[in-house]
Design a binder for this molecule. Structure first.
Ligand SMILES: NC(=O)C1=CN([C@@H]2O[C@H](COP(=O)(O)OP(=O)(O)OC[C@H]3O[C@@H](n4cnc5c(N)ncnc54)[C@H](O)[C@@H]3O)[C@@H](O)[C@H]2O)[C@@H](O)CC1
Ligand SMILES: Nc1ncnc2c1ncn2[C@@H]1O[C@H](COP(=O)(O)OP(=O)(O)O)[C@@H](O)[C@H]1O
Ligand SMILES: [K+]
Length: 510
């Protein structure tokens, strides 16, 4: 799914109105009606008190449309207008007036803290204070209203975006954002929903299609693109009957050091589980028996040094190389990476200590081959690109790095981000069950396994991240979040492939 900027959405509004020959008022009616239908479907006439807080822009206008439909259908509604300025939008005013047609109960005008209503824990709050038009920090009693709403135990449903949260720019005041329980957003998700600093305000959201012009949306270059099952299905390359292990390549995993052989085992198993034809692991001597026992399907080459890697030698044409998991940052190891990178003919996944090596040794960065996949978690990223003030600056700096070094950059997190050239992809699979030691090692194995099978570096990364997250979800559904270990994620990679094409079961009848 494409993610657009607030400016693009305003443009889409304008073009839609022109092309469909409708007014912005009609568009607001469509938007409000969609929210009403969603509520009606859930509430089925229940008399739970609904408190709708409207601003004076078009987000407030949406709130008024929802209120009118709810009143019309006999719901128990109170509408409040946060009357923070006289500059009300035209569509707001028209819908404000239309409330008269359906109710004698005129909306409550709020002008200070004294007007804040009592709200019971069982009630429902609908937040229509600010939408994507937020252009400064909420201040004074409006900020206090947001904080007052946040303090309430009642369920909070935000329209389009939690008020106080901008769609794709930094939060002006983190103490003045609605902590929504659920958000119903129009047409496309907003970038803020997926970033760690702002995603916390949007634990759940749904996208409502309000019929904005398809052609405009199709032809506009989005800020980012989300990756879910539908996209992942299209990435999958089916196997053919006469394929053999040679078809799927011979991957090289360079991993492990004394006390960290687990990282090598996890990434090796994941490379095989993702479908590499053959895997050879290169590890220090101490890893030999460990690997031959724990991963019997893999071949093992070992260094002369007992505890860490000093010289990476292999006599076969590797189809892909995954390097860095648990290798440490000994001087000799970093020197060995220098040679590996300079001579590598296969696509590379560079993870963990290999990334730390790059951060410390700029000469090593210079020999990273073009199109390599770098997979930092936020700590490794900071060492690589320096610190950032907010998630948007992080993305900007990361993009500069990607373009300068011509690499695929995967920033791991609850929603992992993949940056390449001018594009950004956002993964939507995964669970907090994956916040466990070694899950990153499994991911670098999965991507190496896909590269080995001939997926190109960007596709291998985007598809690999999705599969890895999906394996984590399947593992969590059986084992609980707490019970998932990284090896379980590797074990569920096969199920993640099957899940790609599993049809959703229709709801049971009767
Ligand atoms: N295509 C779409 O996405 C559609 C969007 N509509 C709605 O329109 C919304 C955008 O409407 P608007 O552009 O009117 O913007 P908003 O309703 O988000 O609010 C902007 C208004 O509040 C003022 N304002 C902004 N920040 C403020 C602050 N911190 N303190 C006090 N006042 C502040 C602005 O000057 C402006 O008057 C969307 O979020 C959505 O809810 C729908 O009505 C129709 C279709
Ligand atoms: N809350 C979460 N939701 C979804 N995925 C997560 C979450 N926490 C961690 N992950 C995933 O788990 C992996 C963790 O990688 P990393 O931090 O490198 O772990 P390690 O260094 O222990 O291997 C990443 O792929 C990340 O996206
Ligand atoms: K809102």
């Amino acid at each position: 799914m494409k993610i657009f900027s607030a400016e693009q959405l305003y443009e889409a509004d304008k073009i839609t109105a022109e092309k469909q020959n409708i007014s912005s008022l009609d568009l607001m009616e469509r938007a409000g009606e969609q929210i009403f239908k969603w509520l009606e479907d859930k509430m089925k006439g229940a008399q739970v008190p609904l408190h709708i807080f409207c601003g004076i822009g078009n987000n407030g206008g949406d709130g008024l449309v929802v209120g009118r439909h709810l009143i019309n259908h006999g719901y128990n509604v109170t509408i409040y207008i946060a009357n923070f300025t006289d500059k009300r939008s035209k569509c707001f005013l028209i819908n404000y007036d239309r409330i008269k047609d359906v109710s004698k109960k005129w909306p409550v005008l709020m002008t200070s803290e004294e007007d804040f209503p009592e709200i019971a824990a069982e009630d429902i709050i609908i937040d229509a204070l600010f939408g994507i038009g937020l252009n400064r920090p909420p201040e004074g009693w409006v900020k206090e209203l947001i904080q007052y709403i946040n303090k309430q135990k009642a369920f909070k449903l935000s329209i389009d975006i939690p008020s106080g949260l901008p769609a794709n720019t930094p939060v002006p005041d983190s103490e003045a954002v609605i902590h929504a329980n659920h958000t119903l957003t129009f047409q496309a998700p907003k970038l803020a929903f997926f970033l760690p600093e702002t995603g916390v305000y949007v634990p759940y959201f749904e996208v409502l299609d309000i019929g904005l012009d398809r052609q405009f949306l199709m032809e506009s270059k989005p800020l980012a693109q989300t990756i879910s099952k539908m996209e992942a299905q299209q990435f999958y390359k089916p196997r053919a009957k006469y394929d053999h292990k040679g078809t799927y390549g011979h991957a090289l995993i360079v991993a492990g050091s004394y006390g960290k052989m687990g990282a090598a085992i996890l990434s090796t198993r994941a490379t095989l589980k993702a479908g590499a034809g053959m895997v050879t692991v290169f590890s220090p001597e101490c890893g030999y028996s460990i690997l031959q026992t724990a991963a019997p399907e893999a071949m093992v080459l070992s260094d002369d040094e007992e505890d860490f890697i000093t010289k990476i030698e292999y006599q076969f044409d590797a189809s892909a190389i995954g390097v860095g998991m648990g290798i440490g940052t000994q001087k000799e190891t970093v020197a060995a990476l220098h040679k590996l990178f300079s001579e590598a003919k296969a696509p590379l996944v560079i993870d963990a200590d290999a990334l730390n090596g790059i951060s410390e040794d700029k000469d090593l960065l210079k020999v990273v081959p073009k199109n390599s996949v770098l997979t930092p978690h936020p700590g490794e990223l900071e060492r690589l690109i320096g610190s950032w003030k907010n998630d948007y600056e992080k993305i900007e700096k990361a993009r500069k790095f990607t373009k300068k070094h011509k690499v695929v950059l995967l920033i791991k997190g609850a929603h992992s981000l993949i940056l390449f050239e001018d594009s950004m992809y956002i993964n939507t699979s995964g669970t907090p069950g994956m916040a466990t030691a070694g899950s990153g090692d499994v991911l670098s194995g999965v991507i190496t396994g896909l590269l080995s099978q001939g997926y190109d570096p960007l596709l291998a990364t985007v598809f690999g991240v999705y599969l890895h997250g999906s394996a984590g979800m399947l593992a969590s559904s059986v084992l609980s979040y707490e019970g998932v270990m990284a090896s379980d994620i590797a074990d569920f990679i096969g199920d993640a492939y099957i899940e790609l094409f599993r049809q959703e079961q229709p709801p049971a009848q009767g």
